[in-house]
Design a protein around this ligand. Sequence first.
Ligand code: ZN
Ligand code: ZN
Length: 313
Amino acid sequence: MGFGLYVYKFRHGDVVPMDEALVRELLEPYAPYDVPDGERVEWVRAADGSEADVCIDHGVSFDRPGRGVLDIIAELTRRTGAAVLLMNKHQTTIVTRESDRKHLPEELQENAVVVPPPAMTGQAIELVIRPQPEPRSRPVLPPFPYHPDPIGSGSVIAADERCACCGHDQGWIYTGPVYGQDLPDGRVCPYCIAFGTAAKRHGMFFNEVCADQVPDEAATKISERTPGFSTWQDWGWPTHCDDGTAFLGAVGAEEMAPYPDAVDHLRQQFTEGNREPGWIDDFLHSLHKDDQPTAYLFRCRTCGTHLARADFS
Ligand SMILES: [Zn+2]
Ligand SMILES: [Zn+2]
């Protein structure tokens, strides 16, 4: 099937006819033949020799326009204020003013691209119509038993970035806190965390653990081989059943509601800190996933009990 571009003017969702005299005036210089008086331009040839069949009715359509013809289409669009329709599966439309968007048929509004007149060139159209490259496929993350979903928690993000430790672009980069001395510039990949390379080469560690609460092996794994996460205050990694717990993510009152054991755990910490029950209730209600104060949810890897910590002043 041929690829075509369609230039149409819209008003309140309907096609409105374009000024035929203006269309002829704009296209005629590109017609490689004498256009008889009173007839429409049916064929254009651009400066680079590329051509397209033209069909003018309510709008102007160009069949298989070459690169140079895109310049002609851009000029037509600039001068008439019409929209360019790609008629692709995304129904992409190019308009020259944001205020034109609301005049498009509803199904075209969402994917409309605004290219202001001075920027409206054949090249700009080409950038919009050229199929976008498929998103890069990224490798599976190594397992992190103490932080099972570092992508979900935001500590690891997709990135096309070289790791400051191994020097490779692994497709993922760690965004959380890093501790240690003489740290290299730049961020590290999750593989260098998981395999202990960042700890070995640069003395990096990512979490604080109270060493007397868990076996050394677990403490080392959490500290040196587990992605951390940003908190406002420093507190040791929660432990349960003689092991470190698994960090599930930052949570607010709403996200913590399904875990009454975690809420009780927080309440208990504040009670031990001699907070008034009323203060504790207010505080628990005010917790928010994305804003201070925030709570952090953990689950025991042995018995499944949920625990929580929170930043508070
Ligand atoms: Zn690395
Ligand atoms: Zn437990």
